[in-house]
Design a protein around this ligand. Structure first.
Ligand SMILES: [Zn+2]
Length: 475
């Protein structure tokens, strides 16, 4: 029986206006080589200066992961040659990063939580981008020098599935913090995974590292592939070669890329142009107070405070904007279950149709709450509410106005309804007689007739009561 050890190195692009050591814009998708300057292009004689917002966001992540903060953090040069790195070194942190020895709890469902230790969190600059096309390679340096935060876990994950869950929940967490958009396809969150297996109780085996994993699903698949490959080699008496492998998403295999450098090969040394960084107490206190409630804690609270089911709570707390929206609806008097059901059902459907985010859409917690209170009060039917919801997205109008414009107000006025009911009962005397003799189910037929006569606008509860009154009064 073999034991599996998986560790992840996650890189997230921090959301800042400018790059980490110069004032070039930090944006995705700009015209190639338009956001560059002598600093990020590594011209001789230039000096880096540290971006305060990148530092602040780094500390938010360190604190959310319960890291120990180094009293002094030191930037170092990681030396290597590659065309996407014009300086021939990358400014990173090595011996004294911002944070060390943290943890992140992953939620495996059904109340099972697994603690994954965090080795360290360090800030560095990203490299440029190489684009290979038609036998030629192009270089775009817009990304060079953008702030990149690297989070390194201990090898505490035991399967590809656990790694996938870790990534999904970690992504949720950093999006809650607002430090990154976490878009794996655009590369603003990237992941390398290392894996080894060994006989139970014998500790870590020889590891391989897998790169080129741009979705959490691929991380899972690539790791499962590697675990099988390691098992096969070791069971046959062979030895694993320590190396870096690439995930080939078209063929669903990993293949050898290069034998792994050790950190010695990078000749790290302290960056002479940046002083050691000593965070001051007030700054750290202020960052700590700015932290929001994180997804796992919020999910637990939603289950106990609002009596939501686990799956409901998981959906609602999956994105901070949905969780905030939900809580505002509850404050506006909507029952928690109703709010959760609409948010995960019809609202989600409308968002998919419009391709908008909840925040950018015309739907506000106030509008949806008022709409659902109208359903609760019997002013409109559930089906009518769905029509109004769709119209809010397209018309950007208040629900009360849309109910009127679309003529969806239910007839709850008893006198009007009584008239309709008595006409229908008179026209179907035989059915009425049958109901008097115990054929309860036939009330449905009369309800259908009332709905038809009122174009679906009769309040069903009131209509049903009136039908019964009418039939039994005559009997
Ligand atoms: Zn620059």
């Amino acid at each position: 029986m073999y034991q599996t050890f998986i560790g992840l190195e996650i890189h997230i692009h921090l959301i800042t206006n400018s790059k980490v050591f110069c004032s070039c814009r930090n944006e995705f998708g700009a015209e190639p080589n338009t956001n560059i300057c002598p600093v990020c292009m590594g011209y001789p004689g230039v000096l880096p200066s540290l971006n305060a917002e990148a530092v602040r966001k780094s500390y938010q992540v360190c604190m959310a992961l319960d890291c120990t903060l180094n009293e002094t953090a030191i930037f170092e040069r990681k030396n290597y040659f590659y065309p996407d790195m014009p300086k021939n070194y990358q400014i990173s942190q090595f011996a004294f990063p911002f944070g060390i020895n943290g943890f992140f709890d992953i939620d495996l469902g059904g109340g099972t939580v697994k603690r994954i230790r965090i080795h360290d969190v360090h800030l560095e600059e990203d490299a440029g981008k190489m684009i290979h096309s038609g036998g030629v390679s192009f270089l775009d340096y817009n990304r060079a020098g953008t702030p990149l935060l690297e989070i390194v876990t201990e090898p505490d994950l035991a399967s590809g599935e656990e790694a996938e869950i870790f990534l999904q929940q970690f992504r949720q967490m950093v999006r809650y913090l607002g430090v990154t958009d976490g878009n794996m396809e655009e590369g603003s969150m990237r992941c390398d995974a290392n894996v080894s297996i060994n006989e139970q109780g014998k500790g870590l085996g020889i590891k391989t590292e897998v790169k080129n994993l741009n979705s959490s699903r691929f991380v899972n698949k690539a790791l499962e592939y590697e675990i099988k490959r390691h098992t096969k080699v070791i069971s046959a008496g062979g030895t694993i070669i320590q190396e870096t492998r690439l995930w080939d998403e078209d063929r669903n295999v990993t293949r050898s890329m290069r034998t792994k450098e050790s950190s010695n090969d990078y000749r790290y040394f302290p960056e002479p142009d940046l002083p050691p960084y000593l965070p001051d107490k007030d700054f750290l206190q202020e960052v700590r107070e700015s932290l929001v409630e994180l997804p796992l804690a919020r999910k637990g609270r939603f289950m106990s405070e609002y009596a939501l089911s686990e799956s409901s709570a998981a959906f609602v707390t999956g994105e901070k904007e949905i969780a905030d929206f939900f809580e505002k609806m509850v404050q506006h008097g909507v029952a928690p279950q109703t709010a959760a059901r609409w948010l995960s059902g019809d609202v989600q459907k409308q968002l998919n149709l419009s391709g908008e985010s909840l925040k950018a859409s015309a739907l506000t917690p106030e509008r949806l709450s008022r709409l659902l209170v109208m359903v609760e009060d019997g002013k409109i039917s559930r089906d009518a509410a769905k029509k109004v919801l769709a119209a809010i997205f397209t018309e950007n109008e208040e629900p009360e106005k849309l109910v009127k414009d679309l003529g969806l107000e239910q007839v709850s006025n008893k006198e009007d309804l009584e008239k309709v009911v008595s006409e229908i009962v008179n026209a179907h005397e035989k059915v009425a007689e049958a109901i008097r003799n115990g054929a309860d189910k036939q009330i449905g037929f009369l309800m259908g007739q009332v709905m038809k006569a009122t174009a679906g606008k009769a309040n069903p509860k009131i209509a049903q009561q009136l039908i019964k009154n009418n039939i039994f009064k005559q009997g």
